[in-house]
Write a protein that binds this ligand. Structure first.
Ligand code: THU
Length: 132
């Protein structure tokens, strides 16, 4: 899928898939998996706060629960200029990413592309546990 089309899906997710009665800060995410399938998600907030789920994890967990395991591209768009994934979400992206492009978008014409190594250097991952 074209990057711009994937960004559009994240923007639509930010508009339609969030539940943010406490912060009113909306984040949308779209993930393109290795097989070409696309999943989207928004942040979901809970009154006791800590169970809140970020948009990235909503989208990724939807994909993983459908049996998908490898993220090719992920787009994040939020209410601040260049909303970057939180530390927890960086680790979750890392779990399902080999050569992922991480796209931080303000609009379909204004975005930046990062690698996993750039946003989570020297990371711990599945290879550290699954030694053959
Ligand atoms: N949030 C995300 O959805 N993704 C991020 O990477 C940063 C933070 C959400 C969590 C919470 O609902 C709101 O933004 C404010 O922190």
């Amino acid at each position: 899928m074209e990057i711009k089309e994937l960004i559009k899906k994240a923007i639509i997710a930010k508009e339609n898939e969030t539940y943010t009665p406490y912060s009113h800060f909306n984040v949308g995410c779209s993930v393109e998996m290795e097989d070409g399938s696309v999943y989207t998600g928004g942040n979901i907030e809970i009154a006791s706060y800590s169970p809140t789920n970020c948009a990235e994890r909503t989208a990724i967990f939807k994909a993983v629960s459908e049996g998908k395991r490898e993220i090719k591209r992920i787009v994040i768009t939020g209410d601040s200029p260049y909303t970057f994934p939180c530390g927890v979400c960086r680790q979750v992206i890392r779990e399902f990413a080999k050569n992922v492009q991480i796209i931080i978008a303000n609009s379909i014409d204004d975005y930046k592309v990062f690698t996993m190594e750039e946003i989570l250097p020297h990371s711990f991952g599945p290879e550290d546990l699954c030694k053959e």
